[in-house]
Write a protein that binds this ligand. Structure first.
Ligand SMILES: [Zn+2]
Length: 241
């Protein structure tokens, strides 16, 4: 009798849970659907309605030649990007960064990063995103490099550690600074947790590579914490002067 009663309770509980879950899912979908009706998604590359990223823009990006191979700044063992920071790729990065278009991290950007990574003979144990300035994180609500890392990790079936590398101090934005000023600005600004990075081959991930100052400062912190090899991957790289 007691057993039957407890079964009934379990069943009711399960039904209620399922009901709640379904209704939550239903309302979530309804909200998304309504929002899409009021504010239809727009292609970040060309503005076409009804998609976040259209096939034409994807084709255009995929057909672009790979950026020239760069010398990796010490202590990085290698550096690579998907493409030059211009055209449709630049628009996608900017929409992810400034327009809250978070789905672009998954597609097309995460997928493009995965294709690029697959073409390299790097042995990677874990992905670590370049941490964002705390003030900017508070303002933006997310770190675009973290979203890109999570998307790439899913495609590549690699772990991502978001808290292994952190900022010691906040630094003014790098925009508008020359190469020396950038290096000075971020030098010593990062630290890494030795327990999480010791002896590991790390893929440092960022959205844009400009002078390499940020990546270099991050790689120095990782090396100081005992990381084995560090590679840098970004979506775009600044056009060579
Ligand atoms: Zn488009």
């Amino acid at each position: 009798m007691l057993g039957r009663l407890s079964n009934r309770i379990q069943q009711t509980k399960a039904r209620t849970m399922t009901g709640l879950f379904v209704s939550k899912l239903f309302w979530g979908q309804l909200v998304t659907y309504t929002l899409d009706l009021i504010f239809p998604p727009q292609c970040a590359g060309c503005g076409r309605i009804d998609t976040h990223w259209c096939d034409n823009c994807q084709r255009e990006v995929v057909e672009q030649p790979l950026p020239p191979i760069q010398n990796a700044p010490f202590p990085l063992s290698g550096i690579a990007s998907v493409g030059i920071h211009k055209g449709k790729l630049r628009k996608a990065v900017q929409a992810l960064k400034y327009d809250n278009e978070r789905s672009l991290a998954q597609y097309p950007l995460g997928a493009l990063l995965f294709t690029r990574l697959e073409s390299l003979d790097w042995t990677i144990d874990t992905i670590i995103p370049v941490p964002l300035h705390t003030n900017r994180y508070r303002k933006r609500g997310y770190n675009q490099s973290q979203l890109l890392s999570e998307a790439l990790a899913e495609y590549a079936m690699l772990p991502v550690i978001t808290h292994a590398l952190y900022r010691n101090r906040d630094t003014p934005p790098q925009v508008g600074l020359d190469s020396h000023e950038r290096q000075r600005n971020v030098s010593g600004a990062f630290a890494a947790n030795p327990y999480l990075v010791h002896q590991k081959n790390i893929l440092l991930l960022d959205d844009v590579y400009t002078t390499g100052a940020t990546m270099r400062a991050c790689a120095e912190a990782l090396t100081a914490a005992g990381a084995h090899q560090i590679y840098g991957l970004t979506v775009t790289v600044a056009e060579p002067n």
